[in-house]
Design a protein around this ligand. Structure first.
Ligand code: SF4
Length: 334
């Protein structure tokens, strides 16, 4: 006698908040609105946000991604070029103006706030210590707000121990917006220990979205046999969520961009899965992953919400008269 196939039971702890933050939402809207208002092609300098699905979706609508402004053909110079949400060095808008390009800056307002705080330190004569990951576009953008030699980058407590400033009594710090809250607290504590006159920024540089997503994962991860974070390998805030899940007690934690990347063989015997998404990961992929689990398990979804987010950032003035409908964003929001 053949027994009817029965799927093993599974609980999916779905973290909230998760996925798109207000800065990412705004940046994608800017490209979508530019395409609606000005037609294709719309150039985008660097990935607008670190997510392949988003980049490919915008490419399909007529966006063209470039790494540098000189890649924009002369005949398309009247078309808009959008700067990514991570922010750009001051030299980039200057270069765009020199080339007579029409640019739309999609830098997240919270990254711009960090730029202003770094510039304030420098204006007041302080050497700026930037806590962040070398090579990340946001770090390149923040360093590029300041004259050469006026900023030093540290990533870890060990970097702080090796740091030898010219004037240890005249330092101010800022951080990248998407760092680990806990690791950064350790780095800041060591900076204060070594340099008691260190001046903090006027407000925390790690943004609300990073903080909230890490806190939600921290609360949900304990007891999870597996924790899945939807996000890209070059997404700083997504990678931090994987680390937070492991530290908070998840038995294993993986970063995936799509459901197809889940290694079902390697997962083993699982009863509880945590699920979250980095700030640049679309909700449609979260849905796709839940569906993939439902195909294999008798899955029930348990909401693990911490706080409600109501942040919303306005798009650039030039785009505010162009109508944005729900269907314009359905490809990412579901
Ligand atoms: S993660 Fe934070 S700083 Fe980055 S785009 Fe989102 S809200 Fe802005």
């Amino acid at each position: 006698m053949t027994l009817p196939f029965s799927k093993p039971p599974l609980t999916i702890r779905l973290c909230g908040p998760r996925g798109f933050c207000a800065g990412v939402d705004r940046a994608i809207q800017i490209v979508v609105l530019a395409l609606k208002g000005y037609g294709a092609p719309v150039y985008v300098r660097h990935e607008i946000v670190h997510n392949r699905y988003v980049v490919e979706g915008l490419e399909a609508k007529g966006a063209v991604f470039v790494e540098e402004l000189d890649e924009i053909p002369a005949e398309h110079r009247a078309q808009p070029v959008v700067f990514s949400a991570h922010g750009v060095p001051k030299s980039v808008p200057e270069d765009a103006s020199a080339r007579n390009l029409f640019y739309l800056d999609a830098t997240c307002p919270l990254v711009s706030k960090v730029h202003k705080q770094a510039m304030r330190h420098q204006r007041l004569g302080r050497h700026v210590v930037l806590i962040g990951h070398a090579g990340h576009p946001e770090v390149i953008g923040t360093m590029g707000q300041l004259p050469d030699g006026s900023v030093s980058l540290v990533e870890t407590v060990a970097d702080v121990d090796l740091y030898q400033p010219v004037d240890p009594d005249n330092l101010g710090y800022v951080t990248q917006t998407t760092l680990s809250v806990d690791d950064t607290a350790d780095v800041i504590a060591r900076l204060h220990e070594r340099f008691p006159n260190l001046t903090p920024p006027s407000a925390d540089s790690i943004c609300y979205a990073t903080t909230n997503r890490q806190e939600a994962v921290k609360q949900a991860a304990h007891g999870c046999d597996l924790f899945i974070v939807v996000g890209a390998p070059n997404s700083s805030n997504s990678k931090r969520l994987v680390e937070v899940a492991l530290r908070a007690g998840a038995a294993q934690s993986v970063l995936v961009q799509r459901a197809a990347e889940i290694d079902w063989q390697a997962i083993g015997d699982i009863r509880t899965v945590g699920l979250s998404a980095g700030a640049s990961a679309p909700e449609v992929i979260v849905d796709e992953i839940i569906e993939a689990f439902r195909l294999r398990y008798d899955a029930k979804v348990e909401l693990a919400d911490t706080v409600e987010e109501n942040e919303h950032f306005l798009v650039n003035r030039e785009l505010r008269d162009i109508e944005l409908t729900k269907s314009d964003m359905a490809w990412v929001n579901g």
